[in-house]
Design a protein around this ligand. Structure first.
Ligand SMILES: Nc1nc2c(ncn2[C@@H]2O[C@H](COP(=O)(O)OP(=O)(O)OP(=O)(O)O)[C@@H](O)[C@H]2O)c(=O)[nH]1
Ligand SMILES: [Mg+2]
Length: 605
């Protein structure tokens, strides 16, 4: 045992394996819906199969034996024939009909009687057949045939041998995923290619995938004329293997055999069988090390491939990114319409009241009030004149739309724009189909309902906000007696100076003119004070408008945008699951790695 503490409880590791296997499978299914991503779907299937069939059982302390040999290759390449060679007797159905074997068939030693692994999710969706069945049954099943080996050396002492369907195409569905599921289990791969089809694209890509996943691969070339065996091996080495990652464990040839040799692999064809047996059995010796290599390689494939696995979601993420951009630009339109059509025309009459309060504050209190009143009386003729002129020249205020309908219209505009874009893009990606359907059903209603809630919240916030700014106009001054005193005396001094100046200017000779000039002078000082007061209040009013806009953004348009952004990725849609899966896959792999390392170090088998 290692002296390190396991970083995760066994039950957590088990749960993490199950979750990771399910997430990778979900992403594989999701990827299969895009036909041009069939090869990536295969990678994902292999990744999930490695988790289910290699990493998971290892963490559950499964014994290293039996190891698994998996025979793969193109249709009719001779896989079932090679299985019979490895077993030394004719048990697998070799058949001239290419693509005969349709589900994986496992051969195990009847004498070993190992309990068949029962870890969670073992072999994924493949159901084990309970009855002996021909290998051409085309269903998501596998079968286990326990056989009694002929006397002498038997691979089945340490191995289970799998005969598999072909992988001539990356067919979106069908039997290829069954084959990949079993490859996730493999400790050794035997790759069979016939002389006519040794360079087929898909089988070669498949071998590439297996080598990337760190599987030891023994290549068997079949059916060539005996004299062509060496040149073909050399040619294959140069043309095919050289371009692949990693190194082959072994490369050998079984030339075209006579029916008699085919019928007697252990006897008449023994000279071809023995080298093959040697190459394969050495890879399982000792079994503990072999299994450890399988697990390490699986973990390496998972950790180094994580980014690649997620790249299948590139199209999905790109579509989501476009949706985000559309929603955000709609939000900007909404905000600017709200400002132009409502806020810019809003006068905030609370500010007019604040202005009156401010000017009132500048009047003298107590005894001084008599003086203020006197000045007020003196200003009377010009005040009346001013009012009259203002009435004559001021334009009537234009009728203003109330806030709510403005926002509702802006929201409708926003939704219409998004609906049009989604319809336009429908067919390009499932996201747009999902959104287009949403716009035809419950999306607009949901958005309006959300708007109602947000608008109520905004109103509560606004009432406080505008009041506070307006009140601050005079409240600040009230709280600052020193400043208030200076402003009042300043204003009085201005009035007194104006009166004095008129007396001095007119002199004693025209003293009666003062009846006209003094009221004019004190009216001018008042106008001056009101002018500055108004400029200040208008500044505050503009600031209130900006604050109001910020509030509307914070309480209405930003949460609405968030709601719209989330719509396709919530409510149990596949995009919701996609986002979860994309986050969880790398996290689970990272979580599992130290647990697997710890387990490898602590095992001594
Ligand atoms: N004459 C001769 N026939 C062979 C040889 N190897 C394989 N065959 C025949 O080729 C055919 C296909 O071989 P299988 O072993 O069934 O090939 P497979 O790869 O399992 O094929 P599928 O399961 O259909 O993908 C069978 O009829 C075999 O008998 C050989 O060396 N010589
Ligand atoms: Mg076959």
């Amino acid at each position: 045992m290692s002296n390190q503490q396991p970083l995760m409880q066994p039950i957590d590791a088990r749960a993490a394996c199950i979750q990771l296997g399910e997430d990778l499978s979900w992403l594989e299914e999701h990827t299969r819906r895009q036909p041009d991503l069939a090869a990536q779907a295969a990678q994902l299937r292999l990744a999930s199969a490695l988790v289910r069939n290699t990493v998971g059982p290892y963490l559950e302390k499964q014994a290293p034996t039996p190891l698994h040999i998996v025979v793969v290759g193109g249709a009719g390449s001779g896989k079932s024939t090679v299985v019979n060679f490895l077993l030394g007797s004719i048990v697998a159905e070799a058949n001239p009909q290419a693509g005969f074997t349709r589900h994986p068939v496992a051969y195990a030693d009847a004498n070993r009687n190992d309990a068949w692994p029962a870890t969670a999710g073992y072999l994924g969706p493949l159901q084990r057949l309970s009855q002996p069945t021909p290998s051409n049954l085309d269903e998501d099943v596998y079968q286990l045939r326990r056989i009694t080996p002929a006397p002498g050396f038997s691979l089945l002492k340490d191995f289970v041998l799998w005969d598999c369907p072909d992988m001539t195409t990356w067919a979106a569905t069908g039997y290829v995923p069954r084959l990949i599921e079993v490859c996730g289990l493999a400790d050794v791969i035997v790759y069979v290619a016939s002389d006519e089809r040794y360079n087929d694209a898909v089988p070669t890509q498949f071998m590439h995938l297996l080598l990337e996943a760190g599987k030891p691969v023994v290549v068997v070339l079949t059916k060539m004329k005996a004299e062509n065996a060496s040149p073909l091996l050399e040619h294959f080495q140069n043309e095919v293997l050289r371009k692949l990652p990693g190194r082959m464990a072994a490369l050998l040839a079984i030339p075209s055999l006579s029916p008699e040799e085919l019928a007697d692999p252990a006897g008449k064809a023994g000279r071809f069988r023995i080298p093959l047996l040697n190459q394969v059995s050495v890879l399982g010796d000792p079994p503990g090390a072999s299994r450890q290599r399988t697990v390490r390689a699986a973990m390496h494939y998972l950790t180094s491939g994580a980014d690649g696995f997620l790249s299948v979601a590139r199209n999905d993420l790109a579509a989501l990114e476009i949706w985000r951009a559309l929603v955000v630009s709609g939000q900007a339109n909404f905000d600017s319409r709200y400002y132009k059509e409502y806020l810019s025309g809003e006068q905030f009459h609370r500010f007019d009241e604040a202005m009156v309060r401010l000017i009132d504050l500048l009047e003298l209190p107590g005894v001084g009030k008599f003086l203020s009143d006197a000045l007020y009386v003196i200003r009377t003729p010009f005040r009346l004149l001013g009012k009259l002129l203002k009435k004559q020249f001021s334009r009537p205020e234009s009728p203003q739309m109330p806030e709510r309908p403005v926002m509702e219209t802006a929201l409708n505009g926003w939704l219409d724009q998004l609906r049009a874009e989604s319809l336009r893009r429908a067919g390009q990606h499932p996201l747009w189909d999902h959104l287009a359907k949403g716009f035809e059903s419950n999306l607009p209603e949901g958005a309006r309902k959300r708007f109602e809630e947000l608008f109520r919240e905004l109103q509560l916030q606004q009432a406080n906000e505008v009041d506070q700014i307006a009140r601050a106009i005079y409240a600040d001054l009230e709280k600052n007696p020193g400043l208030l005193y200076s402003l009042r005396t300043g204003k009085l001094a201005l009035d007194v100076a104006a009166i004095a100046a008129s007396f001095v200017a007119l002199g004693l000779g025209h003293i009666w003119w003062n009846v006209v000039v003094v009221p004019m002078a004190v009216s001018m000082t008042q106008a001056l004070v009101e002018f500055f007061g108004k400029a200040y209040v208008d500044g505050q009013r503009e600031q209130a408008r900006r604050r109001q806009q910020a509030l509307a953004q914070r309480f209405v348009s930003a949460p609405l945008a968030e709601w719209l952004l989330q719509w396709p990725v919530s409510g149990g849609s596949s995009f919701e699951r996609l986002q979860q899966v994309l986050q969880r896959i790398p996290a689970s792999i990272q979580q599992l790695q130290p647990v697997v390392n710890d387990s490898i170090q602590s095992r001594r088998d």
